[in-house]
Every structure is written in structure tokens, then in C-alpha cells.
Design a protein around this ligand. Structure first.
Ligand code: GTP
Length: 181
């Protein structure tokens, strides 16, 4: 049988504080668009993209939540079957970086995954374009150290606005997700 006919469904969850750019990252990757306007996500964003990874045709499901939602209100269906979790912060907002641990722990709690130590997370420092980095409050070294001490999580810096590292980060998430299949 032609391997390309096998379609693998992979689910990627995108978590992070209000306004860090979860929706923008998803829109940039899936629709190749960016908007300066902030429209709070109510509930969840959902988008899919088909891509070929190695010999597999992958249907990548990307789900982002509204950062102001109470986490519990999303329900377990939101998390069920997740294959990878992206944790996003804004490099100009220290608080959003400090929330990474919270989001990681909440994800683990909500999904009830049996092997959290081996689950593929990806950390994203978004908005690196802001004032050419002059307003940055989280140093790259700090973020890398956090990732190293929280399960050697891969770390990427992105700009949804300037389209920096967007394809790379989603490809990395999809590849990590596929490795669990
Ligand atoms: P919630 O859904 O409310 O949790 O927000 P969110 O995390 O989905 O953030 P969203 O994508 O809505 O972006 C919030 C604001 O940040 C918007 O005004 C975006 O235009 C802006 N933004 C997102 N990504 C970037 C980026 O890479 N650079 C800059 N400069 N602004 C960005």
C-alpha cells in the first residue's frame, strides 16, 4: 500500500497567558496572516493543516485556548488525545514567562497523561520583534535554563508579526508529536 495514503491525525495544544500571541501564531502558520488588533479568544481556537512528514501524510490539528478562560471551563475534550503541547510566553512580559510552569502543570493535570516526563512540550518565546528586542524582559539564557531543567524541552523564539521561526516551531511540534505514534 502507498504509505502516502495513510493519514495520521496529530493534535497540538497551544497554552499560555492572555495576549502572548497564541491565536496569532496559529493564524500565521495556518492562514499566513497577522492582525495587529487584539480580539480575546473566547473558548478555543481550532485550525487544521495537512502536511507531509517523512513518509506520512499528517493532519495537524492545532488548538489554542483563550488565556482569560478559566482553565477548567475548557473541559477535558480540549486536552484529550493531545500529542504535543506548546507553551507560549511573550519575551517582553516576565509574568507570562513565570506562568510557564503553571501551564505545564495544568496540562499534565488535565490530560492525566501517564508519562509526563516524556511528553513532548515545546516552549515558545514570542514577540521578539518588539522594538527590535529593546523591551525584552526575559533573556534567552533564562528561558533556555528553564527548558533544560523542565525536561529538556526544545525552545524557540518567534515573531508571529514578522513571520520568524513559525514554520520551524510547528514542524518541530508535529515531528515530536509523530514520534509518539
Ligand atoms: P488570548 O486569546 O486572549 O489568550 O490572546 P492570544 O494569546 O491568542 O494573543 P493574540 O494572538 O490574540 O495576540 C495578542 C496581541 O499581541 C495582538 O494585538 C497581536 O497583534 C499581538 N501579537 C501577537 N503576536 C505578536 C508578535 O509576534 N509581535 C508583536 N509585535 N505583536 C504580536
Amino acid at each position: 500500500m502507498d504509505m502516502l495514503l495513510q493519514k495520521t491525525l496529530l493534535k497540538v495544544i497551544v497554552l499560555g497567558d492572555v495576549g502572548v500571541g497564541k491565536t496569532s501564531l496559529i493564524n500565521r502558520y495556518i492562514h499566513k496572516k497577522f492582525s495587529h488588533q487584539y480580539k480575546a479568544t473566547i473558548g478555543a481556537d481550532f485550525a487544521t493543516k495537512e502536511l507531509q512528514l517523512k513518509d506520512k501524510l499528517v493532519n495537524l490539528q492545532v488548538m489554542g485556548h483563550g488565556g482569560q478562560e478559566r482553565f477548567q471551563s475548557l473541559g477535558s475534550a480540549f486536552f484529550r488525545g493531545a500529542d504535543c503541547c506548546m507553551l507560549v510566553y511573550d519575551v517582553s512580559l516576565l509574568k507570562s514567562f513565570e506562568s510557564l510552569l503553571y501551564w505545564r502543570q495544568e496540562f499534565i493535570k488535565q490530560t492525566d497523561i501517564p508519562d509526563p516526563e516524556n511528553f513532548p512540550f515545546v516552549v515558545i518565546g514570542n514577540k521578539i520583534d518588539i522594538d527590535g528586542g529593546a523591551n525584552r524582559t526575559v533573556a534567552q539564557r533564562m528561558a533556555k535554563e528553564w527548558c533544560e531543567s523542565n525536561g529538556r524541552v526544545p525552545y524557540f523564539e518567534t515573531s508571529a508579526k514578522e513571520d520568524i521561526n513559525i514554520d520551524v516551531v510547528f514542524l518541530s511540534a508535529a515531528t515530536a508529536a509523530l514520534s509518539r505514534e
